[in-house]
Design a protein around this ligand. Structure first.
Ligand code: ZN
Length: 191
């Protein structure tokens, strides 16, 4: 069943972006008949998501947050490596190819490439938050309702992965507020 789904995915995807729906349909649903996963099944789920993303990218930030819950740091490292082998920037949210990679980082003895320094930071920031426990030891993690986006959003909040882009945005807003307060103080006004 898994093999057939995997082939379906390759036929249908044809370099399209990866969505939460895709992850559910092609990686999770084949294993949703039971709540306890074997080690092998857990590995199949993660490697199935990796095979979707190695030559594609996450549709949006929500999808990235969603897929990361199925990865340990080690597995995420393999995903980045697989993306590089397909000439893609290591950051799974990035749609860029590495025709002229402008940054090479030596991570754990292997060269990992990103389209720019920001995506190196973004990837490392995600990796520091990944679960240490593989999914087969987290009962029920794969049983998320495929069509219920509200539930997915709730789960995203529970998982609470923070993206580097969000931190930057918050910092920019804080900075703007500080600048504005300074400007107002100059004129003897208060915010
Ligand atoms: Zn990139």
């Amino acid at each position: 069943m898994f093999g057939a789904n995997s082939r379906d995915y390759q036929l249908q995807s044809n370099n399209m972006v990866v969505t939460i729906f895709d992850i559910n349909k092609y990686a999770l649903i084949p294993h949703q008949t039971h709540s306890m996963l074997s080690k092998r099944e857990g590995e199949m789920i993660t490697s199935s998501i990796t095979s979707m993303l190695k030559d594609s990218y996450c549709m949006d930030e929500k999808t990235l947050k969603y897929m990361t819950r199925f990865y340990t740091m080690d597995e995420f490292g393999k995903l980045i490596f697989a993306r590089n082998q397909h000439g893609r920037c290591g950051y799974p949210l990035c749609n860029k190819h590495l025709n002229t990679p402008n940054i090479d980082i030596n991570s754990c003895g292997s060269m990992i490439s990103y389209c720019n320094g920001l995506h190196y930071d973004c990837t490392n920031f995600v990796m520091t938050q990944l679960h240490e426990m593989p999914i087969y030891r987290r009962t029920g993690i794969h049983l998320i309702n495929r069509y219920d986006l509200t539930k997915v959003n709730e789960e995203n909040q529970l998982f609470q992965l923070k993206l580097f882009e969000e931190i930057l945005q918050e910092k920019t807003m804080e900075y703007d507020l500080d600048t504005m307060t300074d400007e107002l103080t100059k004129f003897g006004l208060k915010l």
